[in-house]
Design a protein around this ligand. Structure first.
Ligand SMILES: NC(=O)c1ccc[n+]([C@@H]2O[C@H](COP(=O)([O-])OP(=O)(O)OC[C@H]3O[C@@H](n4cnc5c(N)ncnc54)[C@H](OP(=O)(O)O)[C@@H]3O)[C@@H](O)[C@H]2O)c1
Length: 326
């Protein structure tokens, strides 16, 4: 089968389109014929081998797992000997962070990472959901304890996680403000934000407006800035952003959680079948619609990664797997 293989850490040039052996599923795995995969910053970090700490698990000198690819959607081709939950022919999708290997024609995937894909959700749309959609859901619902009627601000509203966060917050009945750059204002409005703020023109942390919940997806503000923009009793959740912001949220967040305001880091998304089902409902009810900015064939995954690497993707980047050798 064809796959995107990398044997050393580095820029997207390390990703090679190659013929490799088709995997065999273990007892508790299924073999998935991949139809679509989506790119995530997690794939990018694993490709770069940065931050260096991740090499403790991913491989010190070179990657232990030669095929990247966290988010997949496809059809089950075969099931492991212990699998009863799925059968060949089932359409599934999920976040296979633990095993990786989604940038390939076939992948052996652990069953607890997968959910049935409803017919009404296209493979490409399904592939956008597992990491970005579930991160937005868990950041707002679990860490942020979102409530109907709250004023919610999404900092970094135009990327993969942000476009889901705006729509999920609306689905929960919040009044949503999206922060993005000028060229993304229309997009963020079009997915339902009640208000948009252009971060190149306006500093939302000094406008005097306060928010009950701020989800920090992308941006460059300090914890003190976010805290100033929180209303009394408000919560600021770090979902992503620069490494500096992420570590600040982890280390300083508890110290800065004073005056009834909470500053916290949601940590890594926790992939689970239940939240994929929650996302199924949000999509099939029409409350959430994935935003796909670009599609690349499997053979051009390195180009897709170059686009993501630039840091200004609008929504999700998809790899389509056509099974025709491209
Ligand atoms: N906690 C977790 O488990 C988890 C899971 C997934 C992702 N993440 C993290 O979440 C972050 C976002 O991921 P993603 O997949 O959404 O990335 P992405 O799609 O690559 O994000 C790109 C978007 O970020 C926007 N952006 C860049 N700088 C910005 C700034 N200063 N202010 C506001 N928006 C800005 C860009 O818009 P402009 O071009 O308009 O600036 C672009 O639309 C990353 O740091 C990622 O590592 C965390």
């Amino acid at each position: 089968m064809k796959a995107i293989v990398y044997t050393e850490y580095g820029p997207p040039d390390v990703l090679q389109y190659k013929e490799v052996e088709k995997p065999t599923p273990a007892a508790d795995e299924v073999l998935v014929r991949v139809r679509a995969a989506s790119l995530n910053t997690g794939d990018r970090y694993l490709m770069l081998g940065k931050p260096v700490l991740l090499r403790m698990e991913a491989g010190l000198r070179q990657p232990k797992k030669p095929i990247l690819g966290i988010d997949i959607a496809g059809d089950i081709e075969a099931v492991g000997s212990a699998v009863t939950q799925f059968k060949p022919g089932d359409a599934v999708y999920g976040d296979i962070t633990r095993t990786l290997g989604g940038f390939a024609e076939f992948v052996a995937a652990p069953i607890d990472a997968l959910a049935i894909k409803p017919d009404s959700i296209a493979y490409e749309d399904a592939a956008t959901i597992p990491t970005a959609g579930v991160t937005a859901l868990q950041g707002l619902r679990d860490a942020g304890r979102i409530q109907a009627g709250q004023r919610v601000l999404i900092a970094g509203a135009s990327g993969g996680v942000g476009t889901f966060a705006v729509q999920i917050a609306k689905a929960y009945g919040a009044e949503v403000t999206g922060v993005c750059s000028t060229r993304h204002l229309d997009l963020v409005r079009s997915i339902g934000a009640d208000h948009v703020i252009d971060y190149t023109q306006e500093d939302f942390t000094r406008s005097g407006q306060q928010y009950d919940l701020i989800l920090g997806v992308n941006g460059s503000r300090s914890l003190a800035d976010y805290k100033r923009a929180l209303s009394p009793g408000g919560i600021y959740v770090v979902a992503g952003g620069s490494m500096r912001q992420i570590f600040a949220g982890m280390l300083l967040g508890p110290l800065m959680s004073t005056g009834g305001k909470k500053m916290l880091n949601m940590g890594a998304v926790k992939p689970n079948q239940q939240d994929l089902l929650v996302m199924n409902d949000l999509l099939t009810s029409g409350k959430v619609k994935p935003v796909i900015v670009k599609r690349y064939p499997l053979s051009e995954t390195a180009d897709a990664m170059r686009y993501l690497d630039a840091g200004h993707a609008q929504g999700k980047v998809i790899i389509t797997v056509n099974h025709n050798g491209h």
